[in-house]
Design a protein around this ligand. Structure first.
Ligand code: HEC
Ligand code: HEC
Length: 215
């Protein structure tokens, strides 16, 4: 049985190796294009590799490609519809990008390594502890689900739909949670909006602080 399984694994690896190599080449050529746009247009706010130092500008490095591409599409105004995600800054940034550019940018940022936020957040142990409880267990009293169930226990998310959160600036995360609750961000199919309306401001801040420390 053991021998049989090993043989099966070897065959599977042999068969998939050329396909894998081909995919990688395609991804790398996309990534080169993404890198050029990132350096030319996006670096001033998100840094060249997507590790933004500015607390209200999200860290993009290491984020899933599909999620990044979706957000770029959502920021865009088209002939037939307004932007699905409201950010005047980002809407002007994506105006000239093609779908292919947006995919290349996703590929490029996904390949960069996340440098977790070092922004000067309150070193408040009680708040971090409260955030940890919400992240992993939710809050039964007001019906807040555990963030970990969709964004995974270590905050790496689950592609393609659930973004990585770990190491993100607490200021950016807090701003997004507020935007989901006041309707300023509504491109989530109501999933996040429903959750955050049940959370207090303090809970939002606590979980955002905890997320910035997650690895
Ligand atoms: C002038 C500053 C600025 C520039 C330049 C800029 N961005 Fe942004 N970006 C922002 C801000 C601010 C936000 C947060 C918007 C919000 O609050 O919803 C953002 C958000 C994003 C997001 C959403 C991330 C998430 O986690 O949901 C993506 C993706 C993104 N930017 C990609 C880009 C790309 C690609 C470029 C270059 C084509 C770019 N940005 C150029 C400021 C900028
Ligand atoms: C049922 C699944 C689910 C649960 C539970 C969940 N989320 Fe989300 N979350 C999502 C989805 C889906 C998105 C992406 C929305 C989009 O496509 O724009 C998201 C996006 C986010 C974002 C925006 C990320 C960015 O880079 O802009 C933040 C912040 C976030 N979630 C925090 C939380 C927190 C904190 C909790 C726990 C209190 C939580 N989520 C629980 C599904 C979930």
């Amino acid at each position: 049985m053991k021998i049989f399984m090993n043989t099966a694994v070897v065959i599977a690896l042999t068969l998939s190796a050329p396909i894998f190599a081909e995919n990688n080449t395609a991804a790398n050529s996309d990534a080169t294009k993404g890198k050029d746009i990132a350096a030319g247009v996006c670096a001033g706010c998100h840094n060249a590799d997507g590790n933004s130092f500015i607390p209200l500008n999200p860290i993009l490095a290491g984020q899933h490609a599909e999620y990044i591409t979706k957000q770029l599409i959502d920021f865009k105004v088209t002939d037939t519809s307004p932007a699905k995600r409201n950010s005047p800054v980002m809407t002007s940034m994506v105006a000239a990008l093609s779908l292919e550019d947006m995919k290349s940018l996703g590929t490029y940022y996904a390949q960069q390594k996340t440098e977790p936020s070092t922004s000067n957040i309150a070193q408040n142990e009680a708040l971090l502890k409260a955030g940890k409880i919400i992240y992993h267990g939710g809050n039964l009293e007001n019906g807040v689900p555990a963030c970990a169930s969709c964004h995974s226990p270590n905050g790496s998310g689950i592609p393609p739909h659930y973004p990585a959160l770990a190491g993100q600036h607490a200021e950016y995360t807090t701003a997004q949670l507020k935007a989901f609750s006041n309707g300023n961000r509504a491109n989530d199919g109501h999933v996040m909006q429903t959750i955050v309306t049940r959370m207090s401001s303090k809970e939002k801040r606590a979980v955002a602080e905890y997320i910035s420390k997650l690895r």
